[in-house]
Ligand binder design. Structure first.
Ligand SMILES: C[S@@+](CC[C@H](N)C(=O)[O-])C[C@H]1O[C@@H](n2cnc3c(N)ncnc32)[C@H](O)[C@@H]1O
Ligand SMILES: [Zn+2]
Length: 267
């Protein structure tokens, strides 16, 4: 397990592997789980118990593994290639079940790290064996100051101060927002009056937007369980009226555009 970028979540000293644990010089110790990830979340903080359950984590993994979001993975890999050199560090912020880090690591040899607040997600990510994966909260990332050459952050809460702190002075942070046409076909099935996304960038105080890249694609889902898996991954899952749910459940196939806007920041 690569540990160079890690810092102790209690005292901020460097962490090293010692047997099946990560340890700092002051004696704080964190077990490495059987699957090969570390839990660096200090328990008891509000919000720490949030996260997708096992079934949702698996459903996300199975859907992404089918390659429907491959154009996004390719575009992120292209950016990582453009902004890093051999041996540089790449951090997947809110890595979920590790699909994107896995895609990048297959194309680009770099020192990969990834974390998420959900243990269920990180457990699945760790099974991919492509990075140092750990459980942590974006509000307090156990990574050294000014150390990450390329960080990417897909569809998750944003924390400008922490992202800026861990970024190297020449580092780049990539975040993705849904483009205006993203999943419009799904929304047509769900809502009487579907709307286009407003492409609202995150609040990124202290970071400077340096570039944007638009990624477009079109996907065809031919199985009800795939449609359900896609739906579960979206914010609509949490606020769709029952009429929309019924229409979705009756669907046998779905065609939809996908569209992402990649925003690249420096500090
Ligand atoms: C929509 S998923 C995206 C996962 C992954 N980036 C992807 O695109 O497949 C959002 C992820 O953010 C994680 N998350 C939410 N709040 C978090 C926090 N405060 N710190 C770390 N991760 C968090 C969730 O556990 C979830 O895995
Ligand atoms: Zn410590």
């Amino acid at each position: 397990m690569l540990t160079e970028l890690l810092r102790c979540p209690v005292c901020a000293c460097a962490l090293h592997t010692e047997g099946r644990a990560l340890r700092c010089e002051r004696g704080h110790s964190f077990d490495i789980a059987r699957e090969g990830y570390a839990n660096l979340l200090l328990s008891g903080k509000p919000g720490d118990s949030k996260g997708d359950n096992k079934e949702m984590a698996r459903s996300r993994r199975d859907f992404l593994n089918k390659g429907y979001y491959e154009p996004l993975a390719s575009a992120v890999a292209d950016c990582a290639r453009a902004y890093t050199a051999d041996g540089d560090s790449v951090l997947d912020i809110c890595c979920g079940e590790g699909y994107y880090t896995n895609c990048l690591s297959a194309r680009l040899p770099r020192a990969y790290y990834g974390f998420d607040i959900s243990k269920n997600m990180v457990r699945l990510a760790a099974k991919r064996r492509c990075a140092t994966f750990f459980v942590a909260n974006i509000a307090s990332i156990p990574i050294r100051d000014d150390s990450v050459r390329f960080a990417f952050h897909l569809f998750a809460p944003f924390h400008a101060a922490e992202f800026g702190r861990v970024l190297h002075r020449d580092g780049v942070l990539l975040t993705a927002i849904p483009g205006k046409d993203h999943l419009y076909g799904l929304k047509q099935a769900l809502y009487d009056t579907p709307y286009r996304n407003d492409e609202q960038p995150p609040q990124a105080e202290g970071l400077t937007l340096t570039d944007t890249v638009r990624v477009r694609g079109h996907i065809s889902l031919n199985a009800p369980e795939e449609i359900r898996a896609l739906f579960q991954m979206t914010p609509y899952f949490y606020h769709t009226p029952s009429s929309g749910m019924q229409r979705l459940e009756a669907l046998e196939a779905l065609e939809t555009d996908i569209e992402f806007v990649l925003l690249l920041y420096k500090k």
